[in-house]
Design a protein around this ligand. Structure first.
Ligand code: ARG
Length: 582
């Protein structure tokens, strides 16, 4: 249990000794620090329950608090607010405990098995900015949930199904008709073949094929047939499709790698689609599939709807499975393979309606147990200065690789050539770029849109990823220099800045908890900035290593170590790597 939770539990006991029961007691940092560090507002609530004067209740509680040497500066303000501060002894004590075992100071939750669906990159297509936030936010939520005790499986859920891929395979057939994949008499092993096509080719073939399909009826029909062949696992076509997925996956993996995004499962829409027949039977048996203009739909409207809820398109009028149905089928697949307690989708807010349709359709047939939580963790877009989703200069879709290199061009300029040798500079610049991109992405609440401003994101000063990296590296280098100085524990907390740091550190478990509750990283991003700026203020106020009083020198080194540990933990949670130098 965290020290903060322990403190709250003990305070509850103290209130009980004063003669009152409170259900939940939370100590809130006071916004009037001159009156006390924390405020207890429970007397006001208790006055209503016990029909007593709040000030009298507060007086009784204060009497008990005064017996406890963890608190000092106890006073009552206004009608019955209690202000308290933590004693130096207690503060020193908890800082040392935290420094010894940071992990233990985080409150764990009941273990739940969660499948987190994030990523969503499409095979044979370049990852674009739209996939950035899913990777950033999804990865961080995965790490956060794990830290707080959940068992989380991250699934890339690749877009590897459907007509676009049929067209890609068709186009390859047109380009290389002699390939064994199209030769019915070929009896060899397809897996051993190498395809004369790279990922870069695929990224060109894809738009070319879709363009042709738009202009040419026969091509469209051929593409449909190829898609059907793939979906029916027809020898040759299916094997070529697998090859295309493999080639593309390599490249997708590389981009996710740069973003420090690691999936446990590399499944895709096609893995769910295998369950389509079974899924269809389930809905058919309950009479839920209706015909509508040649398509099959499921009515998912409910009486309580204030705005109209369109039906879920189950099978399109051309006979193919809709995107919604791939998600329904994937839920069935996940239930069978993993039996999760919860499934979370970290996907753009623009897909909110379709997730509502999907979840309602699930409940109609209890595709999963009613107590299995299905949650869409939506997010806003990263926009250009025009307020529209960020584009390239000529108005095209910005690829994720392009975006990373754009930011790297900016961070490269800020790497210190004296500390980072030439051969390491590019790698460092990239790490700093990822930090810049990710941190800027986490700062606003996830559902809020934000504007891409590369100079601002890459700035070494201000609320930025590079500022946090720079400061954290400096803490580490101080600790390296202090290696020979014996420093085991904090002995004294004397200045105001140190006390401020201590109070922020005490809040850590609450910040993590709240972040997971709202599934947003913004409070963690703010917290990191607060803690780091306070530490930098403290760093400027003292000459830590050369301080003559050993008691202070030791305390300051250990405090540095603790802040460094917390920064490292939180940056890692956010999926941000700290380079050795920058
Ligand atoms: N591939 C989709 C896209 O690029 C995103 C997939 C989101 N996840 C899901 N389960 N539908 O838009």
């Amino acid at each position: 249990m965290s020290l903060l939770k322990e403190l709250e539990k003990d305070l509850k006991e103290i209130v009980k000794k004063a003669g009152y029961e409170v259900e939940n007691l939370a100590i809130e940092p006071s916004n009037r620090r001159d009156l006390g560090e924390y405020q207890l507002n429970d007397a006001m609530q208790l006055a209503r329950t016990y029909h007593e004067n709040p000030r009298e209740i507060a007086t009784k509680i204060v009497k008990e608090l005064e017996q406890d040497d963890r608190f000092e500066n106890i006073n009552i303000a206004g009608p019955g607010f209690i202000n308290i501060s933590l004693s130096e002894k207690y503060t020193v004590d908890f800082l040392n405990k935290m420094n010894e075992d940071l992990y233990n100071n985080i409150d764990k939750r009941d273990k739940k098995k969660v499948i987190l669906d994030y990523g969503g990159a499409n095979v044979a297509k370049a990852l674009h900015v739209g996939h950035l936030r899913s990777a950033n936010i999804g990865e961080a939520i995965k790490r956060l949930a794990r830290t707080l005790g959940y068992e989380v499986l991250g699934d890339a859920h690749l877009g590897d199904y459907g007509r676009p891929l049929g067209f890609v395979v068709l186009e390859i057939q047109k380009m290389y008709p002699e390939l064994p994949y199209f030769d019915p008499s070929y009896t060899g092993n397809f897996e051993e073949l190498t395809l004369p096509i790279t990922n870069a080719d695929l990224e060109k073939i894809y738009p070319l094929a879709s363009q042709k399909a738009k202009e040419d009826e026969t091509y469209l029909e051929e593409g449909r047939q190829v898609t059907a062949k793939i979906q029916n696992h027809e020898r040759g076509y299916y094997d070529l499709w697998k090859k295309v997925v493999e080639i593309s996956k390599e490249d997708i993996k590389q981009v996710y790698d740069e973003l420090n995004t690691e999936f446990d499962l590399w499944l895709g829409e096609s893995d769910g689609a295998e369950y389509f027949e079974e899924l269809k039977n389930i809905y058919e048996e309950k009479g839920l599939l209706q015909e509508s203009q040649g398509a099959l739909i499921i009515d998912v409207s409910e009486e309580k709807d204030i705005s109209p809820m369109p039906p879920l398109l189950f099978v399109k009028s051309n006979g193919t499975i809709s995107y919604e149905t791939t998600d329904l089928a994937t839920i069935l697949q996940r239930k069978k393979d993993f039996d999760p307690d919860e499934i979370w989708y970290c996907v753009d807010n623009r897909q909110a309606l379709r997730f509502e349709q999907i979840f309602r359709a699930v409940r109609k047939v209890q595709l999963v147990r009613d107590d299995v939580v299905l949650e869409h963790i939506g997010f806003g877009t990263m926009n250009g200065k025009d307020g529209k989703p960020f584009k390239t200069r000529d108005g095209g879709v910005m690829s994720l690789k392009g975006l990373i290199s754009l930011v790297t061009d900016e961070t490269r300029k800020r790497i210190n050539p004296e500390t980072v040798p030439e051969e390491e500079r590019e790698e460092v610049a990239k790490k700093v770029a990822i930090a810049a991109l990710k941190y800027a992405d986490f700062l606003p609440y996830r559902e809020t849109d934000y504007v891409f401003e590369v100079e601002k994101f890459a700035d070494l000063e201000g609320k930025t990823g590079p500022y946090l990296l720079y400061s954290t590296i400096r803490m580490k280098s101080l600790l390296n220099k202090a290696k020979e100085i014996p420093a085991k524990e904090i002995k004294k907390i004397q200045g105001k800045t140190e006390k401020d740091i201590a109070l922020v550190l005490l809040e850590l478990p609450n910040v993590l908890n709240k972040a997971l509750e709202v599934r947003s990283l913004n409070d963690i991003a703010e917290y990191l900035f607060n803690l780091t700026s306070l530490y930098n203020k403290f760093y400027a106020e003292h000459k830590i290593i050369t301080e003559e009083k050993s008691e202070l020198r030791e305390s300051w080194i250990v405090l540095t170590n603790l802040v460094y540990q917390v920064n490292s933990l939180l940056l890692d949670l956010l999926g941000i790597d700290v380079p050795e130098k920058m």
